[in-house]
Every structure is written in structure tokens, then in C-alpha cells.
Write a protein that binds this ligand. Structure first.
Ligand SMILES: Nc1nc2c(c(=O)[nH]1)N[C@@H](CN(C=O)c1ccc(C(=O)N[C@@H](CCC(=O)O)C(=O)O)cc1)CN2
Length: 296
């Protein structure tokens, strides 16, 4: 088994981004700016947003964080989105998901200007991705593509099985793995809660991407010898022996699956850090596009 190290890869990409920022500012451009909206007190969401803000600092971006109480109205949130859409200093922004139940996630996503939608969740950007047009790819799938690419993992002609059909991971991942690109050209099976014979489907996979959010769901008997296993899940499990009070588990039973896999991502330190760095890549791209537009 060989480890796909998302932490090390994301650090290497951050160095590349920082260099691009230096070039951009040396040419008179401004530092890219990412804004993040966080609604409520969910501990994991707070951690992820803090990672995003800290990563901005590391690569030389500026950032702003808009924090709202859990009972904030949808109207108030939409007002802030409208302000960010019209704020020329902001190159891109995200609304951290999940949102409290009383806020309509679709309405919020659709309110974001597609040109500032660095999460790549707006229907316009998802449609462009489907057509293979330049766009912002959703951060987690983009991060996984980066990992497969940088580790030179062959995907063409392989059978890729994805567990989980969420809008932010499974469904876009299925499109990216099947498209005609360096990382792509797979025969993809997108599985979900109604899939019959899931174990047998997984056993066929040369590349298994697991994004269903159930700790240690995938066991060694579900995995083909030599498969590439990408674990997207992160579940916090109560653990009094840890200072934080919890430990992190992926969707894959790492120790036993690692014995069969050719390549595997760990949790933590696999896909998670790549999600953050992909968001930075999209923000840099947005800043570049804006500076080109402003110069004509
Ligand atoms: N607006 C968005 N919301 C959510 C997204 C997203 O891409 N955009 N994805 C997930 C959460 N997510 C990003 O926001 C995310 C998940 C995990 C990590 C990460 O760095 N994980 C670390 C462990 C961190 C910890 O808990 O201590 C790791 O895996 O090593 C970053 C971002 C849902 N919401």
C-alpha cells in the first residue's frame, strides 16, 4: 500500500499559489480576496472555515469572515450575499454548508454570482463543468482530481465506483471521472442508498471513492486487491482520551483496507486539506479573470 498524502500535496500547492500571488502583485494586481459566510455554531463547520481563513493568510490572500447566529433569517443571509456579489474587492466567496434547516440551501446557492462562486456549486458552474467548459470545479472533487493527477494514478479505462450522490461530492465526481481528460475516461458507477448489491459493485472497482458520511463503512471484504481507495468522509467520534474530546474517522476502515489497496488516502490528512487548497486555486483563478477583465 502507498499513502496518498493530501496534507503534503496541499502544502506543495500552497507554495505554488503563494508564488502566483507574488507575481500578480508584482505586476500591480491586488491580493486575491476570499470571503466566507458561516451560519450557526456547528463545531466542524467552524473548524473548516478557520482552516480556509488561515490558508488564505499562508498564501498571501486577504480574507473576510461573516459570522451569523443559527437563527439568522434567510432574508438577512441573502442581503449579505447580494452585498458580496457587488463588492468589487471580493474575488470569490463561499457559504459554509450545511445551513440551518430554516434556510433554503438551493435559494442561497442560486443567489451567488456564478463569477464569484468559488465553491462551484451554482447551477451555471455545474452546467459548465458537465459540458467541459472552463469554470470553478467544486472543491472536494477538484482536490481528488489533483491528488490522482499528482500521484500519476492511471484512470483511463478503469472502473470507478463512487459511494454517495451528494451535489457537492458524489455527483460532480462521477462527471469528472467519466469525462475525456487526463484524470478521467473511467467507466463510472454512482452508487447510493437504493443501490442493490453494493458490496459486489465495490468489489469491481479499480478506483473506489467513498463519500457517504458513515464512519468506517467500507471494510476490506468490499475492496478489490490493488484498488485505489479515496476516502472523503470525516466523522467526529467521541473520544475522552483526546484533548479535543473526539477523534476523526473516515468512511473507510483504514487499517484493513490499506492491506488490500494499492493507494489509499488517510483521514485526517487526505482529501480534507485538498478541499481547502482547491478553494484557494479557484479564488486565484477568479482574481486572475477579474484582473484581465479590468485591463481591457
Ligand atoms: N461551502 C462548502 N461547504 C462544505 C464543503 C465545501 O467544499 N464548501 N465541504 C465540506 C467541508 N469542508 C469544506 O468546507 C472541509 C472538510 C474537511 C476539511 C479538512 O481540512 N479536514 C481535515 C480535518 C479537519 C478537522 O476536523 O480537524 C482533514 O481531513 O485532514 C476541510 C474542509 C462540507 N461543507
Amino acid at each position: 500500500m502507498q499513502l496518498i498524502d493530501g496534507k503534503a500535496t496541499s502544502n506543495a500547492i500552497k507554495i505554488e499559489i503563494a508564488e502566483e500571488v507574488r507575481k500578480l502583485t508584482a505586476q500591480g494586481g491586488k491580493k486575491p480576496h476570499l470571503a466566507a459566510i458561516l451560519v450557526g455554531e456547528d463545531g466542524a463547520s467552524r473548524t473548516y472555515v478557520n482552516h480556509k481563513v488561515k490558508s488564505c493568510e499562508q498564501v498571501g490572500f486577504t480574507s473576510s469572515l461573516y459570522k451569523f447566529d443559527a437563527d439568522t433569517s434567510e432574508e438577512e443571509l441573502l442581503k449579505t450575499i447580494d452585498e458580496l456579489n457587488n463588492n468589487a474587492d471580493v474575488d470569490g466567496f463561499i457559504v459554509q454548508l450545511p445551513l440551518p434547516k430554516h434556510i433554503n440551501e438551493t435559494k442561497v446557492t442560486e443567489a451567488i454570482d456564478p463569477e464569484k462562486d468559488v465553491d462551484g456549486f451554482h447551477p451555471t458552474n455545474l452546467g459548465k463543468m458537465m459540458l467541459g467548459l472552463p469554470t470553478f470545479l467544486p472543491a472536494t472533487p477538484y482536490g481528488i482530481v489533483q491528488l490522482l493527477d499528482r500521484y500519476n494514478i492511471e484512470t483511463s479505462g478503469k472502473k470507478c465506483v463512487i459511494i454517495g450522490r451528494s451535489h457537492i461530492v458524489g455527483t460532480p465526481m462521477s462527471l469528472l471521472m467519466s469525462r475525456n481528460a487526463k484524470v478521467g475516461n473511467c467507466t463510472v458507477t454512482l452508487t447510493h442508498s437504493r443501490t442493490q448489491n453494493l458490496k459486489e459493485e465495490c468489489q469491481q472497482a479499480d478506483i473506489l471513492i467513498v463519500a457517504l458520511g458513515r464512519a468506517e463503512f467500507v471494510t476490506a471484504d468490499m475492496v478489490k486487491e490493488g484498488a485505489v481507495v479515496v476516502d472523503v468522509g470525516i466523522t467526529r467520534i467521541e473520544d475522552p482520551s483526546k484533548k479535543s474530546g473526539f477523534s476523526l474517522k473516515g468512511d473507510v476502515k483504514f487499517d484493513e483496507v490499506a492491506e488490500k489497496a494499492s493507494w489509499i488516502t488517510p483521514v485526517p490528512g487526505g482529501v480534507g486539506p485538498m478541499t481547502v487548497v482547491s478553494l484557494l486555486m479557484n479564488t486565484l483563478e477568479s482574481a486572475r479573470r477579474k484582473s484581465v477583465k479590468e485591463s481591457v
